[in-house]
Design a protein around this ligand. Structure first.
Ligand SMILES: [Zn+2]
Length: 425
């Protein structure tokens, strides 16, 4: 491959990804607009027309912001690669009087800083314009900035050792460095699964045991049936930041947790809480977290092997904006190959998005079926309808947009399947 040919492949892939993203967004908006005036038959009498219109307008507002961000991201990526941005950062770090390892770590952090900084206006607009306008935002600017500072601190504390280990192994671990980096990366993933629920999430929110109440006994029976420790059940003060509500399952081993947003508990009946808990326990019993980690292990090994090969090809550097006279330097610095790879990879993996989304939706269907067996399918459907309404989630997504992006099945399909499970003997 020549540098020019690879540049062309990259630009074509970038343009195709950009066009696909914008086209899917246009489709989503058109579909939601077309169904804005009528609540779908399956939800008639369960969701009011005002709530339906609000969900449509909220979905459209988010899509519009997403389109602008998609275009800005593409321009930034071009500027960093073919525009010479990364080459400039390489030259800048080359002139700093620190060891080669720290030069590379600095390079990786400066790219993270540039892309992070450019995403800030979008995050601000999302919270203080869109969420605010639809009555969801409960954050002050102070809290938003505090979250940001904490997020950066967590990113540095976790990212710094990871970057140091990766760059060091790439330089010193021999031809099979990518296997060692893979082992370190998987160790890091497992560590995150333990640290996220126990250390990181509590930096941002307060987690309390589920309060005593009439539902408690039934919930404990359900937990016992599923072999899940009751101390793994928490309520989080999600209302501190937003009016959105949800429940989720996270972690593994002793760090596994089911977490309910306080906003969700306020809205659901006892039956519905039990059904949502049964769904989350389904993710636990069916080992969905472990399966996802296993998949990401396979994929990251493939990608690291690819990176190991690309890092030895001069056209990979030259094709992504490194000038001919800087290629020898770039090839001696593992951080450069790593940075270019992380920047360029999403352009080529965008087409895999639907597979990941499909896999996630498969797990959601499985967890719903588990909930139907261990609690009530009808109660879970009722809880979901309340969730769609409270979160202003659209009931009428574009099928193609949904296939590409949605981690959860579309509302109508999911509720219909629960209804058939409820009707089954
Ligand atoms: Zn789920």
């Amino acid at each position: 491959m020549t540098a020019g040919a690879f540049s062309l492949v990259f630009v074509v892939a970038l343009a195709a990804t950009l066009a696909a993203r914008l086209w899917l967004s246009r489709r989503q908006i058109a579909h939601v607009v077309r169904h804005r005036d009528a609540v779908p038959a399956a939800f008639a009498g369960r969701i009011g027309s005002a709530a339906h219109v609000k969900a449509a307008d909220y979905t459209i507002a988010k899509e519009h912001l997403g389109e602008i961000e998609t275009v800005v991201d593409a321009v930034v990526l071009l500027a960093l690669t073919l525009g010479g941005g990364l080459a400039a950062l390489v030259a800048w770090t080359e002139g700093i009087g620190v060891s080669p390892l720290w030069r590379d770590v600095l390079l990786l952090f400066s790219i993270a800083a540039v892309t992070g900084l450019l995403s800030l206006p979008f995050a601000w607009w999302q919270t203080f314009r869109i969420e605010e306008r639809f009555g969801f935002n409960r954050m002050t600017l102070t809290l938003w900035l505090t979250d940001l500072a904490k997020g950066i601190a967590v990113g540095v504390v976790l990212g710094l050792p990871l970057a140091i280990v990766a760059v060091w192994l790439m330089k010193n671990a021999g031809a099979l460095w990518w296997v060692w980096v893979w082992l370190a990366w998987m160790g890091f993933q497992v560590l995150l699964l333990v640290l996220f629920p126990t250390v990181i999430a509590p930096l941002f929110n307060k987690f309390s045991p589920l309060p005593e109440g009439p539902a408690r006994t039934r919930i404990e029976q359900l937990l016992a049936r599923c072999g899940f420790a009751a101390r793994g059940l928490f309520v989080v003060d999600g209302s501190k930041r937003s009016g959105h509500s949800t429940a989720y399952f996270t972690g593994f081993g002793r760090a596994r947790r089911v977490v309910f947003f306080d906003t969700l508990l306020e809205r659901l009946s006892e039956d519905e809480i039990e059904a949502v808990l049964a769904h989350e326990l389904g993710h636990f019993k069916l080992r969905h977290v472990i399966k996802r980690v296993a998949w990401s292990a396979v994929l990251s090994l493939v990608f690291l092997a690819l990176l190991a090969w690309l890092a030895t090809q001069p056209w990979f550097y030259a094709g992504l904006g490194i000038a001919p006279d800087a290629i020898a330097t770039a090839m001696s610095r593992p951080g450069v190959a790593l940075a270019l790879f992380m920047l360029a990879l999403p352009v080529f993996t965008f087409a895999l998005g639907p597979l990941a989304a499909l896999y996630s939706r498969k797990h959601e269907f499985e967890a719903d079926a588990f909930a139907a067996r261990n609690a009530s399918a009808a109660a879970l459907a009722q809880a979901l309808v309340k969730l769609y309404e409270d979160n202003a989630a659209t009931l009428t997504p574009d099928p193609l947009h949904s296939a590409f992006y949605d981690s959860h099945p579309p509302a109508a399909i999911r509720v219909a399947r629960l209804a058939s499970l409820a009707a089954a003997p």
